[in-house]
Design a binder for this molecule. Sequence first.
Ligand code: ZN
Length: 361
Amino acid sequence: MLRAFGAPYRYVQGRGAITQLGEFASTLEVRRPLIIIDEAIKDILLPQVMHGLGHLADQAVYAVFSGECTRSEVARLSAVAAEAKADLIVGVGGGKTIDTAKGVRIQCKQPIFIVPTIASNDSPTSRLVVLYTPEHAVDEVLRMPTNPDLVLVDTEVLVKAPERFFISGVGDALSKKFEAAQCIGSGRNNFYDAQATLLAQAISGLCYDTVREHAEGALDAVRSRQVNDDFERTVEATILLSGLAFENAGLSIAHSLTRGLSAIPELASALHGEQVAFGLLVQLLLEGRPSSFMEDLLSFYGRMGLPRTLAELGLHGDPVPAAQLIAKITWERAPYIKAFTFPLNQDRLAAAILEVHQSNS
Ligand SMILES: [Zn+2]
């Protein structure tokens, strides 16, 4: 049995980090970067990215991401990259922009820099690309051959992003410790098709501890739009630690449930980290955690504004058929649903989803 650990070639985080873009690009002898950028932030951030690229800005081209990370969007932007003869892809934006840029990187086989503008999920550091259907349901998951060449996290940019995205990233980070334990405990492989290293296990624990200790102080930073030490630490947890943890230590029930949750139209607009946060409560119920443990975590959810019920995720209708459908789709389609050390079947999963919803309603 082999153990494997992977990571981005370089991770850089801090206020004003975006000014370093050109320096890193020049180490790769880049001539023409293609910037793939989110429409919503283009007017504010494109000038900053261009400034950060320095002399490369004259040769740089940019394309605006359409809003959904689909196969056709990846194909469209790959054609733009080929046409421009781009030798570096720079993905600037939220999770779906980043995943689309990664899809383009797979197609055009050039290096990729990731510049997340929100800390809403664990995708920036990883090789994974989650493609969606035009109806916003998870379609398929691809992998880049390598992790990103650079993940550049400018906390001055992130602290000004909407609060909901930041909270979602916290939800996504919270689950890693528990999913890692279940994936490793059940003998399943990580995303490098190998067993987890000791380092990966330590990272998943550090991710949870950091978020629990600093996320509430970081939320103050987001509300005042001023970076503080809690914010720097929490962002390191929600982007670097959360990403390294899932890819190197593996996933379990909490992330499996995003398959079922995202397939319900009313819940599909919930953010990935919001779905994971609810999924974690289901996983912990199935693990039979003591009520004192659950109460402590649920009160943290309350203070952070993380979803504890299907209604808080957006469900208006009857939760009983919804829970059954979420369980059915998750059971049939989620690749890590068997990465669990406790007895589980589709009915038990449905019952746990309903119990979490009802006990917290
Ligand atoms: Zn995630």
